[in-house]
Write a protein that binds this ligand. Structure first.
Ligand code: SAH
Length: 464
């Protein structure tokens, strides 16, 4: 950061500008928004500058800048669009103690004027140290579109109310009040009754917040299901509606995140199976930190929070800190995936138990009771099983499993891009490689899609 951004008060200060053309006009339009005393030196000024001078908004001197003209000024703009003249005037200004900006000449400038988004008193200044003016303009355009026009008046009216709001205890209670004002009550009052409606709305809002008991923080472990927002429980929706803070995993889909309260703080603690991740300790700390501050926290986990979700570590951290919690169950991906292939997880006469397995654990590929699994009719739902497919195949075959045992992989269960790969224990690694799955996938050992099993039995009949 070569240029240090500051907001400089220009009341009772003077700013001098040399130049009367397009570059001068661009800078003057900005400077005229400030209370600065503006002096313009231009032998041949543009008509706008003459008008502004006639309106008393600036002092116009119809001659070239001379020594003594910049004495006492805070800032000087060399805006003659002529290298030699800019160099001459800048030298005078420097000698007389002003900070100098030579328009479109970063190298000879002591300060630069940022791109500005003006929602006075909210001002956003964007600078790229001259590296990428295009980027600054694009960011400005984006912010212009994003920041409502009422933000300025709301901030002005809010500022006058700061003293009254001190009736609320410093910290969370006061922050909640202001967030409520800027994002809900304020815009609504403005839309209903214009600026005149804002002061009474502030009074009402303060009374409302003062009557609130200080809340204890709480964490809800919420199962977000496999991805389809319609597979959320009503309790999950309600928790998202009222959340102050949402910590979510990588597999939680954008459609579900959108359902969170608009003011909620959204924290991505996504973990890749084998890649970069937020360390578990950091997630625990975040939960404790926000819970302790009195926030209603939603810890959103894909599927069901109690299935391969490292839930217990997080609960232990909260118990250790004395923070309350509860669990909202969700639809685990095995349930969604088995629905997509039209099968049951358990079936009379076939399997009286079903195992939920993980393909890998903290030590690497996970070990299981392979001998039992290898028996005919066994069914297992394998989570995180894509990378370990060959390992699992090897162990099962080694323990005598039938090579023709059906294996079905469901990628992106319940989502629009759901895919089903129907395979067998013998061909699983090859079929997976051919399918080139990129999304989360659930592997069923011992289950084939119902349509395919129909098809197969028809085939058997034909052969018979
Ligand atoms: N708690 C989650 C599981 C987390 S472990 C649950 O109950 O579903 C992450 C694994 O879940 C993924 O590697 C994948 O095997 C499975 N998974 C999650 N979402 C899935 C989806 N939409 N389709 C298929 N598998 C999914």
């Amino acid at each position: 950061m070569q240029h240090f951004p500051i907001f400089l008060s220009l009341s009772d200060r003077s700013v001098v500008l040399s130049g009367g053309g397009a570059a001068a006009l661009a800078k003057l339009r900005l400077l005229l928004k400030t209370p600065a005393q503006i002096h313009v030196y231009a032998p041949d000024p543009a008509p706008e500058i003459i008008d502004w001078a006639a309106q008393g908004r600036l002092h116009l001197h119809r001659r070239a800048l001379a020594p003594g003209d910049v004495t006492g000024a805070a800032l000087f703009y060399a805006a003659d669009e002529d290298a030699a003249e800019d160099e001459r005037t800048a030298a005078i200004a420097r000698a007389e103690g002003a900070l100098v900006n030579v328009v479109d000449n970063l190298e000879h400038s002591e300060f630069i004027t940022p791109a500005i988004v003006d929602r006075d008193p909210v001002t956003v200044a964007i600078g790229t140290e001259g590296a990428a003016p295009v980027l600054a303009r694009a960011i400005k355009a984006e912010l212009e579109a994003k920041l409502p026009a009422t933000l300025g008046p709301l901030a002005r009216l809010g500022k006058a109310f700061r003293k009254a709001a001190e009736a609320l205890p410093l910290g969370r209670a006061r922050r909640d009040f202001w967030a409520d004002y800027y994002f809900r009550a304020g815009p609504r009052a403005m839309a209903d009754g214009g600026e005149a409606g804002v002061a009474p709305a502030l009074d009402d809002l303060l009374a409302d917040h003062l009557s609130r008991k200080s809340r204890a923080g709480h964490v809800a472990f919420v199962g977000a299901g496999p991805g389809d927002p319609e597979l959320l429980t009503l309790k999950a929706r309600r928790a998202l509606d009222t959340a102050d803070v949402v910590l979510y995993d990588r597999l939680v889909t954008p459609g579900i995140l959108e359902l969170a309260r608009r003011e909620a703080l959204m924290i991505d603690v996504g973990k890749e199976g084998f890649g970069a991740s937020t360390p578990q300790e950091r997630i625990n700390d975040l939960l404790v930190e926000h819970g302790a501050s009195g926030a209603q926290v939603v810890r959103l986990k894909s599927g069901d929070a109690t299935v391969f979700g490292r839930l217990d570590e997080e609960i232990d951290a909260l118990d250790g800190a004395g923070i309350g919690w509860h669990i909202v169950p969700g639809i685990t991906s095995a349930s969604a995936a088995v629905a997509s292939i039209g099968q049951s997880l358990t079936r009379r006469g076939r399997n009286t138990s079903v195992r939920l397995l993980t393909g890998h654990d903290m030590q690497g590929f996970a070990d299981h009771d392979w001998a039992t699994l290898a028996r005919p009719g066994e069914v297992a739902a394998i989570y995180m099983g894509k990378k370990s497919a060959r390992f699992i195949q090897g162990r099962l075959l080694m323990h005598g499993a039938d090579r023709a045992t059906p294996v079905t992989v469901v990628e992106n269960a319940s989502r629009p891009d759901q895919r089903i790969v129907s395979s067998t224990l013998a061909t699983l690694p090859a079929d997976l490689a051919a399918a080139d799955l990129t999304g989360p996938a659930l592997t069923f050992y011992g289950l084939a899609p119902r349509a395919a099993s129909h098809h197969l039995s028809d085939l058997h009949k034909e052969l018979a």
